[in-house]
Design a protein around this ligand. Structure first.
Ligand SMILES: NC(=O)c1ccc[n+]([C@@H]2O[C@H](COP(=O)([O-])OP(=O)(O)OC[C@H]3O[C@@H](n4cnc5c(N)ncnc54)[C@H](O)[C@@H]3O)[C@@H](O)[C@H]2O)c1
Length: 323
């Protein structure tokens, strides 16, 4: 078992490294001595996320669907962190092709490039959406996977392709099923939506669904620690880990924290209605993270504190609200 979080002799390609989560992965790897390359098409990512480490990584601007370019970028790489995706979980119903193209074909292209260059290890950002609406809470990794969204279906297909490539080409994979991440450089999701709506109208807030949906969130620094804790703790060829918090909270409770942190008062909540925020949304997301917890990792930042830090970050960075 490799319990060494020292990346000094490692060359890592972070695909989607200019994004919210990817840029924190870049930080972690640089801080742990890795040589880091970032491959990103800058569609939703932004180089401002990497400005503080500008001289400490190599940027390759490219799309994951450009397999030849990606293959070239993989030369000399021994670990790939694949974060690039269409991360818009709601949009799949309007455009049923984008998740297939970006998340399935895109992941296949990443795997082909790895195979072409003999790269042996991949970290993959999957999602709790692969569980659809599970019957068991907290939801363990071996729960039946019945899909309710094309985003979830595309992440599950990505997982499946990765495992097949591990079988064929001797790669090792670390697949993480994330709950919603929050924290610095956050640029999309419920906290972002609430802050934006409240900036436009501080008296009223429209909440999707009935507000009783219960969700778990994970502070970004905790999540990144969790990823590399798992990578250091397991040498199995195919690894799947839930990555989330032990706590959950209703959307209304989250709204109350956002309102409070913004210094607002007497905000009238209006509910769009229904048990779900959108078709494919799960009314309860709480993952069983005991597999990762047993190896010694647990989140340190509470949901409330993580949400407050996220709101403060967004208020301190108005440019993100207009991107
Ligand atoms: N943020 C969350 O709460 C969450 C939850 C579950 C899963 N995930 C997954 O984690 C990953 C990172 O999410 P994020 O929140 O940091 O999103 P993000 O949009 O901030 O980051 C994605 C990055 O990938 C880049 N990218 C997108 N498509 C690309 C392409 N075709 N070629 C090259 N680069 C491309 C973007 O420019 C961006 O820098 C995604 O795969 C997402 O599906 C995120």
């Amino acid at each position: 078992m490799n319990t060494d979080s020292d990346f000094r002799n490692r060359h890592v390609l972070v695909i989607g490294g200019a994004g919210f989560i990817g840029s924190h992965i870049v930080d972690y790897l640089i801080n742990h001595g890795a040589a880091v390359d970032v491959y990103d098409n800058l569609s939703t990512g932004n180089l401002a996320n990497l400005e503080h480490v500008r001289d400490q990584f190599r940027l390759i601007k490219g799309d994951i669907l450009e397999t030849a370019k990606l293959t070239k970028a993989m030369s000399g790489i021994d670990l790939v962190c694949h974060l690039a995706a269409n991360a818009d979980v709601r949009g799949g119903i309007d455009n049923t092709y984008i998740d297939l193209q970006q998340n399935v074909v895109g992941t296949h292209s990443v795997l082909e490039a790895m195979k072409n260059q003999g790269v042996g290890e991949i970290v993959f950002s999957s999602s709790a959406t692969v569980y659809g609406e599970p019957a068991i809470f907290p939801t363990p990794e071996n729960t039946e996977l019945i899909q309710t969204s094309v985003y979830g279906a595309s992440k599950l297909a990505g997982e499946a392709y990765i495992q097949a490539y591990c079988e064929y080409f001797g790669m090792r994979s670390y697949i993480f099923r994330f709950v919603s991440w929050i924290g610095e450089r956050y640029s999309h999701g419920v906290v972002y939506d609430f802050v934006k709506k409240l900036q436009q109208n501080p008296q009223e807030l429209e909440i999707l669904g009935d507000g009783k949906q219960r969700k778990s969130y994970l502070y970004v620094a905790d999540g990144v620690e969790g990823i590399f804790h798992a990578v250091a703790s397991s040498d199995s060829p195919k690894n799947v880990f839930n990555l989330g918090h032990l706590e959950d909270m209703t959307v209304v409770a989250l709204a109350d924290i956002v309102v409070d942190e913004m210094g607002l008062d007497k905000v009238a909540y209006h509910f769009a209605g229904g048990a779900r925020g959108w078709l494919g949304d799960s009314p309860l997301v709480l993952l069983d993270t005991s597999k990762l917890n047993q190896s010694g990792w647990k989140p340190l930042v509470s949901l409330e504190e993580g949400i407050r830090r996220t709101v403060r970050y967004l208020l301190d960075h108005p440019e993100i609200m207009t991107r």
